[in-house]
Write a protein that binds this ligand. Sequence first.
Ligand SMILES: Cc1cc2nc3c(=O)[nH]c(=O)nc-3n(C[C@H](O)[C@H](O)[C@H](O)COP(=O)(O)O)c2cc1C
Ligand SMILES: CC(C)CC(=O)C(=O)O
Length: 358
Amino acid sequence: MTLRELRHRARKVLGPIPYDYVAGGAGEERVLADNEKAFDRYALLPRVLSGSETRDTAVDLPGARQAAPVLVAPTAFHRLVHRDGERATARAAAAEGAVLVTGTAATTAVLDVVAAAREAAPRPPVWFQLYLHPRGEVTRALVWRAEDAGCTALVVTVDSPVFGRHTRDLRNGFTDLPPGFAAENMRGLPGAGPDALTPIPMSPAVRWPDLAEAVRGTSLPVLVKGVLHPDDAKLAVEHGAAGVIVSNHGGRQCDAVPAAVDCLPAVTEAVAGRVPVLLDGGVRRGSDVAVALALGASAVGVGRPVVWGLAAEGETGVRRVLATLRDEYDHTLALCGGRRNADLTADMVVRNGGAGAR
Ligand SMILES: Cc1cc2nc3c(=O)[nH]c(=O)nc-3n(C[C@H](O)[C@H](O)[C@H](O)COP(=O)(O)O)c2cc1C
Ligand SMILES: CC(C)CC(=O)C(=O)O
């Protein structure tokens, strides 16, 4: 079953409002569509007679060693799509040896998410995603909850000075979570209330010194998510980021930005190997993973496919998504004459339509 088929199955089991919440993007959904289409604009140029019967797809990331270069990007409100919610996602990611990025907008408290992951693996890598708050004590409270739970890294999302205008949610009048659901990590903290669709106080007043303060205030590595401009990637490193995640939030913030993968080469060049560069947005096949790695990513995140897997089949569905991507990626690596991730290099990616068009 391909990840696209899993989406169709999810659509059958979900009501139209939660389906639209997950599937949708901002504005006219141009960026949402382009994230996937962009991968069709790249082709792989394999090397031959250089492979191996055994391949090593493992990757070392801040606070995590993963079996494959694919991690679970933070997506909000898993209990909206499956009764087991984030607990199921956590068990699945841990069982597959993948980082789970849980987040402030989870419908399960981070302590319970990490506990569920530990049911499947002794030391599962769980990262915690948060937005910086202009009031430092709110940020510190969230960081403390993540540290206390046993998360091994933090992910600070910086592409949301204001919340994106999600066309489908606006049309559906979807502004609050249904009764019985809440952003559990926001309990007791200032915001719109944990049951609001945007329970997180986003602020355009947040600036680089706030990031530096957050980095200083934790012993955990801090990755910065939502970087597209190469100069911002440099600033992130200068302000202490342990990793940079190239992302346009799955097309849910500004609907006029480039596809995530199109921003990757310039960011990779700007970071110049000082910290790992990751990418999310539009990754749907093992060959997409290979293209991203060849263009400089250490690993990729997947958002919607994981939610479709969870909606369609719970823990089993999430495992299926991660296992499928790992298997397809390993197969692509073999077809490209590679033994390990680092064997995929920028000269092996061409613009689709001809090797001469690079
Ligand atoms: C339903 C949904 C909820 C999301 N919630 C968050 C969030 O709470 N925090 C965050 O940083 N990114 C969030 N994202 C963005 C994802 O982390 C990621 O950037 C994006 O989904 C990647 O694109 P993909 O869905 O094409 O894989 C969300 C995305 C979706 C689809
Ligand atoms: C609660 C929101 C902040 C989740 C989000 O980032 C999104 O829906 O794209």
